[in-house]
Design a protein around this ligand. Sequence first.
Ligand code: 6R9
Length: 655
Amino acid sequence: MTETVTDDGTTRDTESEHPVSYPPSGDFVAQANAGSELYQAAKNDRLAFWAEQANRLHWHTPFEQVLDWSDAPVAKWFVGGELNVAYNCVDRHVVEGRGDQVAIHWEGEPGDSREITYSDLLAEVSRAANAFTDLGLVSGDRVAIYMPMVPEAIVSMLACARLGLTHSVVFAGFSSSALRSRIDDAEAKLVVTTDGQWRRGKAAPLKDSVDEAVDSAASIEHVLVVKRTDIDVQWTEGRDLWWHDTVGSASPEHEAQAFDSEHPLFILYTSGTTGKPKGIIHTSGGYLTQTAYTHHYVFDHKRGKDVYWCTADIGWVTGHSYIVYGPLANGATQVVYEGTPNSPDEHRHWNIVEKYGVTIYYTAPTLVRTFMKWGRQIPDAHDLSSIRLLGSVGEPINPEAWRWFRDVVGAGSAPIVDTWWQTETGAIMVSPLPGVTATKPGSAQTPLPGISAAIVDDDAKMLGPGGNGYLVLDEPWPSMLRGIWGDMERYKDTYWSRYATEGWYFAGDGARFDDDGDLWVLGRVDDVMNVSGHRISTSEVESALVSHPGVAEAAVVGAADETTGQGIVAFVILREGIENTGDALIAELKAQVSKEISPIAKPRQITVVPELPKTRSGKIMRRLLRDVAEGRDLGDTSTLVDPAVFDAIAKAGQK
Ligand code: 6R9
């Protein structure tokens, strides 16, 4: 690339005429939370830096030691400290005189809305905590939360945190069998759900799935149901309870008790390379410290001034860390929206931005690309001048989408923070700092102060500028996962065995440093696909397909997709004697995947093939299938048992 530096200080790519990097404006710098001295402070004394960040929180008992890594790879952060996470997210703001501040501007899909102040939130969370206690739940018990984006979902999470119950939020788009396996794995005693959920103007049942899941789940004692859509539900007396009765009648007074800094806060399941999802465990003090710290600096958040909106669902880690814990710990005023971005029409997000004066907008690249597809006339029809900062998460953002986001949504001036992190990391790890970093479209750029990341090769050699390899985290961090629920061996094996000698965390992402030393995340290097920012494992979809009686074998790959990042492409072999009924069969197979996992895991394309390409050792050659799926010429097929298999696959694909 040829680069020139222009008068205004921006560097331009002279071939494409686009700036290569966008320095922050003087006005932004002048008011920014972060300054470059943060990097220096963290470098001088990393643990002292984290101790200082931990003091953003209210500790019932101060910690004695910042980090105990003696039992690696299971860390203990802020050892000896005791805190209550919900007290930090709710009570503290009321105690400090901010009770009347709006915590949540809630916007329902059908157009209803609720304004919830910190005082309101305290009363609701206290009622829920009293009700959960009356149900016999005690610290250490697990609670499943299977709900759309209604305030009660957040209240339930905070009530769990308040009581030391460990929540397991299951995305409400998941099927009953996905819910069932998560309930079983965690042995949850309570499920909180809603009667139904609004989706594009229609009420879809939700409790039905819970009934199906819980039918034979031994651990469940109660199902607590929020009335949201008023659709009919089946009722099991003694087990099922209405939220408005149970929580509604409980006392709004509740005193929060302190828990150890390492008390488990939640389990969140994420796809791994095998069919069984991993229950990622997060604990309290370190997690809350890093979510609060990153929310403050990465989003340049100003309490009492900003109106923050993260468009994620609480079913994913982004919703946990950047709707619930980080923002509430910082006393934010935020928008929470229940529905889809095109309900009732494609103007919905921009109407919401105008209605509440949103200043910080954090979303996923797939949505930005969808907005691009709908056309800029839609955002252009609105006054988006309140927006001063944009964020991106979930997958690499392509430079075209990045520029469009900045120009169309950010008035050509809002800094964009491209935040790399994972369910496992708990909080943002690599990101520009607004007001400090000259941002670069497509690059997550720099590990945050206090975070250490490296790009290494197969031989554990650390690579410098220009290097291309695997992303590792070579120092522990406060919000790191503490294990996989019920399977510590898998924890060690998945994340710590690849670079066991060095003691580095293997993130599963490929990455490179450009010549300036900025970090670019290239995507997963394992069999995990990234569809619209959702992690879905190839083997999970394969096993859903094989669970159909007509399917003998299946191979699934992620193929590049303009809107969703990756799209799911499946190849299946039918069982002997099964007739290929064409479209009818394909529709049935897609429905099977929706039912087993979720509609988000439904393959974009399914091709029936006579055979699958395998190596001599019996491994399916996914690389070749990806080539087929993306329409590339086939490379080296010499390790295949039978290279002729490909002619047959190519023919089947053309049908
Ligand atoms: C927060 C979240 C994690 C995986 C991660 C990577 C991809 C996330 C990214 C990104 C490039 C970014 N990813 N953010 N890739 N740039 N800014 O998404 O958690 O659902 O666990 O997914 O997502 O591949 O390993 P999770």
